[in-house]
Design a protein around this ligand. Structure first.
Ligand code: ADP
Ligand code: GN1
Ligand code: MG
Length: 371
């Protein structure tokens, strides 16, 4: 098999799974920031091709990959059953794990790298930028419905794959530490950005406070609802399958909503360097709000609905803090593809936060209208 790009352990891993046909090429795939993803193509007897996603899990981020896989197995098995009950196609509407030749759900290579294989979802797209509003609407339906499907999932069986993942107040503390430690000597060059975070501290504990007071319910949520984590069916244009299940954990619905807005309602890519192109589109905000509410099947409480704009602002601020903290710490968490990549990403998030504040009343009106 030809490898377009190699990471240690990949050959061993590619040979470890029960793939149909003859694997002939393995190439890097997608634009995720965390795992290392490849597409493996296999030739079948009749000359046609079959594809798989081969993924090395990020052990720096997911320190307990075996627990991570227990979650993914649990959630995909649960979803598969529900999709079958509802007359859907379980081979395309949820991720499907391909087992190893030894009958395991993942493979550990001789360097202790963790690998998994998913069936490749054919004839579907995932986007880094909204091309047409209906795609964003369909993604909202899919993410809302994902939460709806998991409403009766046994939450206590889920491992916390990343501790305090959306504990925004703790993220703020971690940010301050990174800025104070300044291990790369980069803080002096980003004083304006650091000041921006400090001035917005108040938003870092709003949602946590409401959760603590039980004014917002804890649900089983996806926690990483960006547009490229949902597959859109090429033929029907519908949201087909929610992917990237590594952070499915108890969480807040408004965070799932908000993370989608910060990524998908932006008028530019997450790493756009020309900030004049970056704003939060109210047209896309409305489209997503409508779809998410529909997808949740009316299960959002009054308070959750009221806090949707806050979810958008908080998730955007949190993500910006995480990017900036990673830039200050030497880019150890998110994959980067150029110098200052994390700084560029942080800047788009802060631009979006400022824009959302300006559009606050409009966002509230849109939510009220969609209720
Ligand atoms: P990361 O955690 O790094 O974001 P993902 O699991 O989201 O990794 O995968 C990265 C990208 O690979 C996705 O955005 C999507 O484009 C593609 N992808 C992942 N799983 C599948 C699949 N089963 N079928 C088709 N494409 C997939
Ligand atoms: C990461 O894995 P990916 O690329 O879908 C990150 C999210 C961030 C996002 C920013 C496990 O998502 O939390 O919001 O980058 N995932 C993890 O683009 O940290
Ligand atoms: Mg992803």
């Amino acid at each position: 098999m030809e490898f377009e790009s190699r990471v240690p352990g990949i050959e061993e891993a590619a040979g470890a799974f029960l793939l149909e046909g003859d694997p002939f090429i393995c190439r890097p795939y997608g634009s995720g920031h965390i795992n290392t993803t490849f597409r493996v193509s296999c030739r079948l007897g009749d000359g046609s091709h079959r594809h798989y996603i081969l993924q090395q899990m990020n052990k720096n981020v997911f320190t307990k990959p075996d627990q991570l896989m227990e979650n993914v197995v649990g959630v995909t098995t649960f979803l598969r059953k529900k999709i079958i009950e509802q007359g859907g196609d379980p081979d395309r509407e949820t991720l499907n794990i391909i087992k190893t030749k030894a009958g395991k759900n993942y493979f550990v290579d001789s360097l202790d790298g963790y690998w998994r294989v998913y069936q490749f979802i054919e004839d579907a797209f995932s986007y880094d930028l909204v091309e047409k509003p209906d795609d964003f609407y369909q993604s909202a339906l899919a993410f809302g419905n994902f939460q709806h499907l998991l409403a009766d999932y046994p939450a206590a069986t889920l491992h916390e794959t990343i501790e305090g993942f959306h504990d925004t107040a703790a993220r703020f503390e971690a940010f301050k530490k990174a800025a104070a430690a300044d291990v790369m000597g980069r803080a002096a060059g980003v004083q304006e950005e650091i000041r921006f975070v400090m001035e917005n501290e108040i938003y870092t504990h709003v949602l946590g406070d409401l959760l603590a007071k039980k004014e917002l319910p804890l649900r089983v949520t996806h926690n990483d609802t960006k547009l490229n984590n949902v597959m859109i069916d090429k033929a029907t244009g519908k949201g087909l399958c929610v992917i990237d299940l590594d952070t499915v954990m108890p969480g807040l619905s408004v965070n799932d909503f908000g993370d989608s807005i910060r990524f998908g309602a932006s008028t530019a890519l997450e790493d756009e360097q020309d900030l004049s192109k970056v704003s939060c589109s109210m047209e896309l905000f409305e489209v997503y709000t409508k779809g998410f509410m529909e997808g949740c099947h009316g299960s959002l409480t009054e308070k959750e609905t009221e806090m949707l704009p806050m979810g958008a602002l908080v998730m955007t601020l949190e993500c910006g803090m995480r990017f900036l903290a990673d830039y200050l710490s030497g880019d150890t968490y998110f994959k980067i593809h150029r110098e200052k990549h994390n700084l560029d990403r942080a800047r788009t998030q802060f631009k979006l936060v400022s824009d959302m504040k300006e559009k606050w009343e409009t966002m509230k009106e849109i939510v009220a209208k969609c209720r």
